[in-house]
Design a protein around this ligand. Structure first.
Ligand code: MG
Length: 205
């Protein structure tokens, strides 16, 4: 039973996310090459490297999350770093302090999603990272005070969400022009965000 998430826990989760994302960067770029410019692996490693560097200096949730967001958004101007930056910025809006209980963790992810929604109009079903993020955040509504159980549920929902994009036709952005050709491979952003949620959960296990 884990009833508190500390800043130290969160930093470990970000370290693990960067390690796992780096290990699969070529796979994310290959998925992006199907319908896009093939740079998603590079872009997400760049964003998370900036985020991890900033998180490692953190001592308190609100400031740490805001610094992570600002670093990601200023280091690079692509949509990957903007969206992930807006996620952590949204998270910083609802929390403060050195440790969070399960209700605060739930609120943090809900406001993270709201932050992303300010920066993209993509909806679930459009074959984007929202197909992972929306179900992952919904999973945090689970009726439990065990934080580990919440992250496990989110990771499972994220993996299912990413997998669901394989059969989808792109409905958003440049990939939309490719229509039927986008069917048959997973969305790169949906896949990398699922990798991140999996890293979060695995850190706590
Ligand atoms: Mg790209």
């Amino acid at each position: 039973m884990m009833d508190k998430l500390t800043v130290a826990n969160f930093k470990s989760m970000i370290d693990q996310a960067l390690a796992d994302i780096k290990a699969r960067a070529d796979e994310f770029s290959a998925l992006d090459a199907v319908c896009g410019d093939g740079d998603h692996g590079t872009a997400i490693v760049e964003a998370l490297t900036a985020i991890q560097g900033s998180a490692s200096q953190g001592t308190e949730f609100k400031t740490m999350l805001m610094d992570m967001a600002m670093t990601s958004m200023s280091k690079s101007c692509g949509s990957t770093s903007t969206l992930i930056g807006s996620f952590f910025m949204g998270m910083s809006m609802s929390v403060a302090g050195e440790e969070l209980d399960s209700e605060q963790v739930k609120a943090m992810f809900k406001s993270g999603l709201e932050g992303v929604q300010k920066n993209t109009k993509a909806m679930p079903g459009d074959k984007t990272m929202m197909d992972t993020l929306v179900p992952a955040v919904e999973a945090f509504e689970k009726d439990t005070t065990d934080i580990k159980e919440l992250f496990d549920a989110a990771a499972e929902a994220a993996a299912k969400g990413a997998e669901s994009t394989i059969e989808m036709k792109a409905g958003f952005g440049r990939a939309r022009n490719l229509g039927e050709r986008s069917i048959g491979s997973a969305d790169p952003g949906a896949t990398s965000w699922a990798c991140m949620f999996n890293a979060f959960a695995s850190t706590l296990n």
